[in-house]
Ligand binder design. Sequence first.
Ligand code: ZN
Length: 345
Amino acid sequence: MVGTGIEAFVAGLPKAELHVHHVGSASPAVVAGLAARYEGQTAVPTDPEALAKYFEFTDFAHFIQVYLSVVDLIRDAEDVRTLTYGVAEELGRRNVRYAELTVTPYSSVRRGIPGEAFMEAIEDARKAAEAELGVVLRWCFDIPGEAGLESAEVTERLALDLRPEGLVSFGLGGPEVGVPRPQFQPYFDRARAAGLHSVPHAGEATGPETVWDALRFLGAERIGHGTSSVQDPRLVDYLGEHRIPLEVCPTSNIATRVVERIEDHPIKRMVEAGLFVTVNSDDPPMFGTDIDREYTVAAGLLGLDEGGVAELARQAVRASFLDEAGKRALLGEIDGYLAGWPLRR
Ligand SMILES: [Zn+2]
């Protein structure tokens, strides 16, 4: 058993992760291994201590710059498979049973990995993770906003023409400042028409207007972050009424400096306003966190006991794109874990 009290409860709690990035989840061991493989051709350090320093960000723009230098280490299909399976192992260690992993195939294809080889690598890792680790992975293919409309076009083509079995949704990430959401509408329209769910990032580094744009122009069914939504009562009403989940990642907001101090994080206001809040980890090793720590942080900010934390985990399952039978099974696991908890102490 790890830690005590809430920490120990969270560690064993079966969980779903809805907002976690593929490259951003690479463990320090995986990143160091890749950096060593490409030593002399990258600024990413191979030494774990230097790597931790390298992952200290001055602001959101600096974070994107560092993130892209890690993206640059994924150069062939074997790197993709190593990365993906490594991410599943990390998730499995935290008792994550189901994860929708945000993947940015555009970056890898730009780096010279053929689309088909990329899909084969992630699908191969997905099947192995499910069979060997009991971790069910699904994909969200996202447009890296900073790469503009060309990346939107390529991402759409990869998603719809080479559609891997595990693909469930279409997203939009990268910086929000200077990257207006409405321009991506045609790509989201086509992805949605093909049956993919819409899950753009919005209202993380910008205000509630970006969340409105994501709803109006991109047909958002869930919002990545959406933390600035609380600034607009009309938006709060809309999100609450339509039960649109928000993927909140508390530590990420501190690491990228969109929220100054954890005690200033709006999660409590969001929950009190009736918003459908889920807790996620975003880019855990880069932000010095993991999903368990995010649940513990959220429990502290929201003043939750074990029952409250279990309900947070149920919300993530309800907000997921898992099929009904899968949802029932995972909700049942959470209920069983909670019911058995007093006996386990
Ligand atoms: Zn994100």
